[in-house]
Design a protein around this ligand. Structure first.
Ligand SMILES: NC(=O)c1ccc[n+]([C@@H]2O[C@H](COP(=O)([O-])OP(=O)(O)OC[C@H]3O[C@@H](n4cnc5c(N)ncnc54)[C@H](OP(=O)(O)O)[C@@H]3O)[C@@H](O)[C@H]2O)c1
Length: 294
């Protein structure tokens, strides 16, 4: 039986130690790490991975694309796929900065408490790599999604680009300019997923506790202060109003982190089941649902 070899292609000079540990825990036998990888020079690395083993053994080599700059990682992910020759290929996964696994864990967690099909979801800080994928995954489940930014232009661009990936649901850009317009927007939400930059409060605790329609609130920011006031990092399906049975449930970043970690490991392990898998947002969301429902 050939050993499982994972090429960790990372945009940063030092390939992510987090991704390396997960790879080993997922059962990778040999991890080959490459830093400062660039889209226009990745082809020889891909060819080295796919031309060395043949036939059924090709599935025992796979590629993982990561690093902190998700836009650069996405470009590498595209270049990797262009370097394949039809069936002569290996499986590849994108999870730069945990964007796919984090978004999938958040959306899957929300789906435990509400039917996403037809619900209204507000994705705060939706222009970043995590927020874009959260919005994409929600739209794929046929949700009506408001994607927010401090700039309407950036929110519109993100909605347009996501709309090219997914045809279901509704995507609408929003850039509330003051507390009143933010309140009006948040009052429409069945689900709020906060994907803003680390350490930035996007909604106060007082506002969070005054949203009667809200069913699920998820904050992905692990750096204090919380992105959604009143949500603690470890919260996992905790009621926003402790004393109310019908209260919305809340998740903090560590509350969704367990599912994210299981998904990340399962996705790396899955790479070695075939030589033709491409694991991006949709595939990783499906895998997260499998993990959650096990
Ligand atoms: N729990 C986990 O496992 C995990 C894993 C990965 C990431 N995360 C967290 O998930 C969140 C999203 O990650 P990301 O990489 O997508 O974030 P990001 O790119 O750093 O930021 C997301 C968006 O936040 C907005 N933003 C930036 N500074 C702001 C400010 N001062 N006030 C209001 N909005 C601001 C920006 O949108 P505009 O400029 O368009 O307004 C930006 O596009 C982060 O908090 C990150 O730490 C958690």
């Amino acid at each position: 039986m050939p050993k499982n070899i994972l090429f960790q292609l990372d945009v940063d000079p030092h390939p992510s130690s987090f991704d390396a540990v997960v790879a080993v825990d997922a059962g990778v036998d040999h991890l080959l790490q490459y830093g400062s990888v660039q889209a226009d020079s990745v082809e020889p690395l891909v060819h080295g991975a796919m031309f060395t083993r043949g036939g059924d053994d090709l599935k025992n080599t796979a590629l993982f694309v990561g690093g902190n700059d998700v836009v650069k990682a996405e470009a590498i992910f595209r270049s990797v796929q262009k370097a394949f020759f039809g069936p002569v290929r290996v499986s590849v996964m994108l999870d730069a900065s945990g964007c796919n696994t984090t978004a999938a864990a958040a959306v899957a967690s929300a789906s435990k408490h509400i039917t996403l099909d037809g619900c209204t979801a507000v994705v705060l800080g939706g222009t970043g790599p995590v927020g874009r994928r959260v919005a994409q995954m929600l739209a794929r489940q046929n949700a009506n999604v408001f994607l927010t930014s401090r700039s309407l232009n950036r929110a519109e661009t993100a909605c347009k680009e996501i709309g090219e990936q997914v045809r279901t649901g509704n995507l609408e850009a929003a850039a509330p300019e003051n507390e009143d317009s933010k309140k009006t927007l948040l009052e429409k939400a069945d689900v709020i997923i906060a994907c803003g930059a680390a350490g930035v409060e996007l909604v106060s605790k007082e506002r969070m506790l005054d949203l009667p329609k809200l069913r699920v609130a998820i904050d992905l920011n692990a750096v204090p202060p919380a992105g959604l006031g009143g949500i603690e990092a470890f919260d996992k399906a905790k009621r926003l109003h402790d004393d109310r049975e019908d209260s919305a449930v809340a998740y903090g970043p560590i509350g969704v982190g367990g599912l994210k970690m299981r998904t990340h490991k399962a996705a790396v392990a899955k790479l070695f089941t075939s030589n033709s898998l491409v694991l991006d947002a949709d595939e990783i969301y499906d895998l997260t649902m499998e993990q959650m429902n096990r």
